[in-house]
Ligand binder design. Structure first.
Ligand SMILES: Cc1ncc(COP(=O)(O)O)c(C=O)c1O
Length: 482
């Protein structure tokens, strides 16, 4: 609490406290029915005698603003309309009632925890700041003055950037497209959101990978979709499982992350890609190919994307610069049939009137420049070193206790902890020891798994992080035994 009573003020301190609490109630910080701090805690916080707090609470009680019951503390009255001169919305109710669902509490908790300075973050799915091309951006910004237009832009995004993306994906991913088939989005995340909101309706059945990217899950739930799981093995999903799901549930859309999948790091082999495309054509089911990672392949060989193999227009292709350049740029894109792109662009215009011109301009200059190629080669090398570092740290500190899939690209390592372990207790213990990761069942139905993001940490931090994780695992195991 930042507020403190003003001891130079003529108004008695108990009255200042009562007025402060009334203001907080009016602003919605304390909602009707909520419990106020105990007399002792508030007195300590405000450095006043407990009797002063008692006097403040009694004053509020006499006004009908709070209710006090012996043994159960002081609560904001549930019926304060007309007593307090301001009407207070029940913010708690509003917060619970919205149709857009919040993230899982555990995901929110990890996000809060990763703000802490001393914590080694092996949880957040992004590159560490030293891998962002900051010097190249500085060069671009100082050498080339901004030449863009400052009004609302084309609803599909800046035309020049769309043309650059069209040549970029031809060169790097062999995808043929034109600027009119591209929509610029705020990362791949917004692309997923727009697709779900505009092309599907509540009750529709969609097939998703198990495990799959955790921030897509609330989007599906908020839209009232029925999600059906396609188990991921070391080669991604098995196309035969799609046949079974479709026969049972009439799947309307499939969401796949075929390359260096988040969280497992697996990539679909060519034969499975071909079969998935055939099934998509046979059943007329669109596939959403979410591809933020394919360019990170450590050996520089980029698999054929489903989109590059798609001759019938069955694939909606999503990608972004988040995992290959910088997540804070918020540049992503969707490629699809013109009528779909126009529908999504119309929705994006309603949401935000189009993407800000500045990140689009910088992204365009960077993608067009010689810097991009140099950067991507550096990135692959660095990510491979980090992948090797995490493997050697896992061998050093956890030999035989954990089994991991070795990814050939991307930023994540997916591991099974041997024996029966409660991942939530393991996470709590790890956070106490100063490291964080993401428990596997945030991503789907699998138990006993953990995801480490090696792209987020420099080599020495990865080593220290895994050492702390190993200590946490040891404590949990000895607690479970005793
Ligand atoms: C598979 C996948 N899709 C989409 C996203 C969203 O990324 P962004 O919106 O930053 O492009 C992520 C981020 O972790 C991801 O792993």
């Amino acid at each position: 609490m930042e507020w403190k009573p003003d001891r130079t003020d003529k108004k008695p301190i108990y009255k200042q406290i009562a007025d402060y609490i009334e203001r907080e109630i009016s602003s919605g910080a304390f909602s009707p029915g909520s419990l106020l701090p105990s007399e002792r805690a508030l007195a300590k916080e405000l450095q006043v005698n407990r009797s002063t707090v008692v006097a403040a609470y009694e004053e509020l009680q006499s006004l009908g603003i709070v209710e006090r019951k012996k043994g159960s503390g002081t609560r904001v009255s549930t019926d304060i309309w007309g007593i307090s001169h301001k009407r207070i919305p029940n913010w708690d109710r509003y917060v619970e009632d919205g149709s857009f669902l919040p993230n899982l509490p555990l995901v929110q908790r990890i996000r809060m925890e990763t703000q802490k300075k001393d914590l080694i973050n092996l949880a957040s799915g992004e590159l560490s700041p030293d891998l962002f091309p900051i010097d190249q951006f500085r060069t671009i910004l100082s050498d080339q003055p901004f030449m863009g237009h400052l009004g609302y832009d084309h609803p599909q995004g800046n035309e020049i950037l769309r043309e650059t993306i069209s040549s970029h994906i031809k060169e790097y991913k062999n995808i043929d497209t034109s600027s009119s088939s591209i929509l610029i989005t705020s990362g791949a995340q917004q692309a997923l959101h727009l697709i779900v909101q505009c092309l599907l309706k509540p009750g529709d059945a969609v097939a998703i990978e198990d495990p799959s990217y955790c921030f897509s899950l609330p989007i599906f739930q908020s839209a009232g979709l029925r999600t059906f799981l396609l188990p991921v093995d070391e080669h991604g999903i098995d196309p035969d499982d799609l046949i079974c799901l479709h026969k049972k549930h009439r799947i309307r859309m499939v969401f796949l992350n075929p390359d260096h999948q988040n969280p497992t790091g697996t990539s679909l082999p060519f034969t499975r890609r071909k079969k998935i495309l055939e099934l998509s054509s046979e059943f007329g089911i669109p596939i959403i190919e979410d591809d933020p990672y394919s360019l990170t392949s450590f050996n520089g060989e980029v698999n054929s994307t489903l989109k590059s193999m798609d001759h019938n227009g069955n694939i909606l292709y999503i990608s972004s610069l988040s995992k290959i350049v910088a997540s804070g740029l918020r540049i992503g894109w969707i490629i699809g049939p013109p009528q779909v792109i126009q529908r999504l662009a119309d929705a994006k215009q309603q949401v935000d009137f189009g993407h800000s011109i500045f990140p689009q301009w910088v992204a365009n200059q960077f993608l067009e420049s010689k810097h991009f190629n140099t950067h991507i080669r550096m990135l692959r090398k660095q990510l491979k070193q980090r992948r090797d570092q995490i493997i050697s740290s896992l061998d050093e500190f956890l030999n035989g206790q954990i089994e991991c899939f070795i990814p050939e690209g991307g930023i994540h390592m997916w591991c099974k902890v041997n024996g029966s372990i409660n991942e939530y207790h393991l996470l709590e213990e790890s956070m106490k020891k100063g490291v964080t990761f993401v428990p596997g069942n945030v991503f789907g139905s699998k138990k006993g798994y953990v995801r480490f993001t090696f792209g987020r940490g420099e080599a020495n931090l990865i080593q220290e992080g895994i050492s702390r994780f190993a200590d946490a695992l040891k404590s949990i195991q000895s607690n479970q035994r005793s």
